[in-house]
Design a protein around this ligand. Sequence first.
Ligand SMILES: NC(=O)c1ccc[n+]([C@@H]2O[C@H](COP(=O)([O-])OP(=O)(O)OC[C@H]3O[C@@H](n4cnc5c(N)ncnc54)[C@H](OP(=O)(O)O)[C@@H]3O)[C@@H](O)[C@H]2O)c1
Length: 458
Amino acid sequence: MKVLVTGATGQLGWDVVKELERRGMDYRGTGSKDLDITDREAVMEYIWDYQPDAVIHCAAYTAVDKAEDEPEKCRDVNVNGTTYIAEACKVVDAKMIYISTDYVFGDDGDQPHEVDDPVHPLNVYGQTKWEGEEAVRRILQKYFIVRISWVFGEHGNNFVKTMLRLGQTHKEISVVADQFGAPTYTADLAPLLCDMMTTEKYGTYHACNSGCCSWAEFAEEIFRQAHMDVKVKYITTEEYPTKAVRPKNSRLNKTCLQENNFLDLERWQDALDANVYRNVGSKGAIQMAFKVIKAEELSWNPFLQIGKGWFLVTAGTKEKCNGMTVSWGGFGVWWGKNAATVYIRQNRCTKEFIDAGDRFTIAAMPESCRKALGYMGSHSGYDGDKWQSAGLTPMEVEGTAAPEEAEVILICRKLLAAELTEETFLDPAMKARWYSGGDEGNFHTMYIAEIERVLVKE
Ligand SMILES: NC(=O)c1ccc[n+]([C@@H]2O[C@H](COP(=O)([O-])OP(=O)(O)OC[C@H]3O[C@@H](n4cnc5c(N)ncnc54)[C@H](OP(=O)(O)O)[C@@H]3O)[C@@H](O)[C@H]2O)c1
């Protein structure tokens, strides 16, 4: 399948291209310099030459306030440009995915908008995006119109980046608290669009991350996740006048996704989590060598990984931390959270560090570190700087520490610490085998910890 992505230099197009690349698909991504969509002839020629099977049309005039001053320019891109793309799709019989917006709706009510609710754009941008939708419906049968809202991603500018930037210099920020909707994380949306285009389930869809919030609540969550001490002052739309009027109700009903068996997008807070980490890392010490993945994406066999491979458990700070190898433990779900268990004997130096903080890390190390791990596993932190002697480098992550050399790092937040005692053993053989001789009474403490983040070396 050949896919053309317009707006590939923008926030969403960037991630769509990444997703197509990941899927090993034949694609082309264009920005305005490669293909100006307001040039009908150029659009026809480009699409005729490439003969795509699908066009994911992310290009748009997106400067919502500026559009009020230059409506014709905005219309040229969002209506004419979209019309030309649709016409060209018709000629080569390509499917088209047109990205639209919550701004086609007005202020009406506080319920999520259904896909076929009456539209009532309040600004030029919303009006032109709606006219773009209508052009697609008029020209094509094989189309998907996907309305999204409050877009954020790693590439380009967005609300998340603005808040993180302002948060560096402001102790308090005023944010509108009476406009409600849901953020859409481009890295979550891109796979959905790529799935969609392989089907014939044409029609109009709503697709944003799950849940609902106001801009002020969105801002608060950004600061909370970035560990930034910034107060968000709730203000009304009227207290923050903008050139373009924005709808107060941007809630989008997504049942159309479920009805057609498409995967829904995760909670907006979870989507933000991955994005904030990517933006700010750990208080400036960003670990660009690592990317964030979901715990569900780990392809480990826990029996092999824990029993046969070696993990390094580390706690403390970059300056003062300790790490120890572990080959007992577990991964699973506790209290509805992805979690890990580790077991640490009472006499271990690392236990002091784990007990002193909220978090610790579990790191899977590459084969090349086997010797270093051998050293970490056979020497105590009480006897000197194990890191230096082992040739490993601790780095700061999320207020705790992990080895720079790791392949995978699980950042874990403690939920429970339970000491094993004589009475807890049901099989006396276990106690006799593991807690006798020099280890008499040296019982383990079991820690259950939420896996807050999974970092994988890129
Ligand atoms: N951002 C939001 O909050 C939001 C909310 C709801 C819906 N949407 C919709 O989601 C889609 C993606 O938005 P986004 O935030 O990713 O947009 P964006 O980051 O502003 O990027 C816009 C893209 O459109 C391209 N473009 C603009 N004028 C063009 C022209 N004349 N010819 C060809 N390309 C042109 C730009 O190319 P160059 O950079 O190369 O000029 C850029 O790649 C758009 O359809 C938008 O309407 C966005």
